[in-house]
Design a protein. Structure first.
Length: 403
């Protein structure tokens, strides 16, 4: 079902910041960015945007942990410019991380959580509801009591939506309430609401489905714009989210297929040392276990790293590793690893580790991984084009051979 061709104008910055996924919200984000000199670089790295990044990470954490979606409440007064900036840019930041993940599961979980948050707010937001409903639903109208001939609904005002929209949006909602049979339908219009669920609440629930679809599509479209530099910059928060997701979900995320050749030298050093019976210090062991959790290795695979350790005890090691997985520890950054003698390189040993931006092993891993994927794609494209050339040659030679 197509979206309405013309979306209503929404100029209230509170609505735009509260519902930052709206197509109309782009103008507010652009305005705030311009007036406050917020560039992508600022958003990703500047100390003044730290609170925004924290809120962005929180949006993602809540999308994994909360059954009811992202926490509906803003962290600051949304009627102030500071509050509007926090909500708008934290959404943009979270969306960047999700796009950089290239993981459908994560995208879907996040879109679902943001949509659930919107539903909660919209169910009680009389001002925003009509505007947002008109943004996403083409056939929509409100009827007053005297025009309603239903016994099912005792409300003064009810929402009606076109039957095609209703059927499309209901397909993924379970329960008798969402059957067309249990609604009044007249001339293609479906009355929303019944004795147990107010009309506005039903509309907000239907909107949740449409909003989820739109957020998902938006983040998928943005995936193509994620550069190597951006993906590497976001490796650490992405690792945190991935780790958390492994913990709370049966759907495993595997950092888009990390392979052993992508591991940073510090991780390889820890594995090799343990393998040869060296007694790696507590910091090194914790680092290895948290890296294993973050890249999506099974607990058994992580336990196997420790099999040759001098003090190896299968039960205790597995218990300790499971604890690291459960707590969702994120791997330490390069400066801490260096301080604890767990960095594996000196200047000049590894070109990637020498890069000024390389301050976390997850960034190393992401950079390697993206480079490998690009090389694979290039090799595949080359082999496809040489096959085409060979086929063309074959076709050109056939007539002369038959002469
Ligand atoms: S520079 Fe960082 S990523 Fe490279 S080996 Fe040292 S700690 Fe690991």
């Amino acid at each position: 079902m197509p979206l309405p061709r013309d979306v209503p104008v929404i100029s209230d910055p509170v609505i735009l910041a509260r519902y930052p996924f709206l197509p109309q919200a782009t103008s507010l984000t652009q305005k705030l960015a311009l007036e406050n000199n917020i560039t992508l670089e600022e958003l990703l790295n500047s100390p003044r945007m730290e609170e925004t990044r924290t809120r962005g990470r929180l949006r993602l954490i809540e999308s994994m942990q909360n059954k009811g979606g992202v926490d509906a409440m803003a962290m600051r007064d949304i009627h102030t410019e500071g509050g509007q900036m926090l909500e708008s840019f934290s959404y943009s930041y979270a969306r960047l991380i999700v796009a950089a993940s290239e993981q459908e599961v994560l995208m879907s979980r996040w879109a679902q959580a943001e949509a659930e948050r919107a539903e909660k707010l919209l169910a009680v937001d009389e001002i925003a509801l009509p505007l947002i409903a008109e943004t996403y639903i083409d056939q929509l109208q409100r009827k007053k009591t005297d025009e309603i001939d239903s016994e099912m609904n005792s409300e003064k005002n009810i929402w009606q939506i076109g039957m095609v929209d209703f059927i499309e949006l209901c397909t993924k909602i379970t329960g008798e309430r969402w059957r067309l049979l249990n609604h009044n339908v007249k001339k293609g219009w479906v009355d929303l609401g019944d004795r147990r669920m107010a009309s506005a609440k039903q509309l907000a629930r239907l909107l949740r489905e449409r909003i989820k679809q739109e957020i998902l599509q938006d983040v998928k479209n943005r995936m193509a714009g994620v550069t190597d530099e951006l993906a590497i910059n976001l490796a650490e928060p992405l690792g945190m989210v991935t780790n958390l997701m492994q913990r709370v979900s049966s759907e495993r995320l595997e950092m888009s297929g990390v392979e052993q050749q992508d591991w940073p030298p510090c991780m390889r050093m820890a594995v090799n040392e343990l393998n040869s019976g060296v007694n790696v210090n507590h910091f090194g062991r914790l680092f290895l276990a948290s890296m294993a959790a973050t890249i999506g290795l099974e607990v058994e695979a992580a336990t196997a790293f420790f099999e040759n350790a001098p003090d190896f005890n299968p039960g205790t090691t597995k218990y300790q590793i499971a604890h690291v997985y459960d707590r969702g520890y994120t791997p330490s950054g390069c400066s801490k690893l260096k301080l604890n003698h767990r960095c594996a390189v000196q200047i000049g040993d590894d070109r990637l580790c020498d890069q000024p931006w390389l301050d976390h092993p997850m960034k190393y891993l992401r950079a390697k991984q993206r480079r490998r994927t690009q090389e694979q794609q290039f090799a595949e494209a080359q082999s496809a084009s040489s096959k085409e050339i060979e086929n063309d040659k074959g076709e050109e030679e056939t007539p002369s051979q038959t002469k």
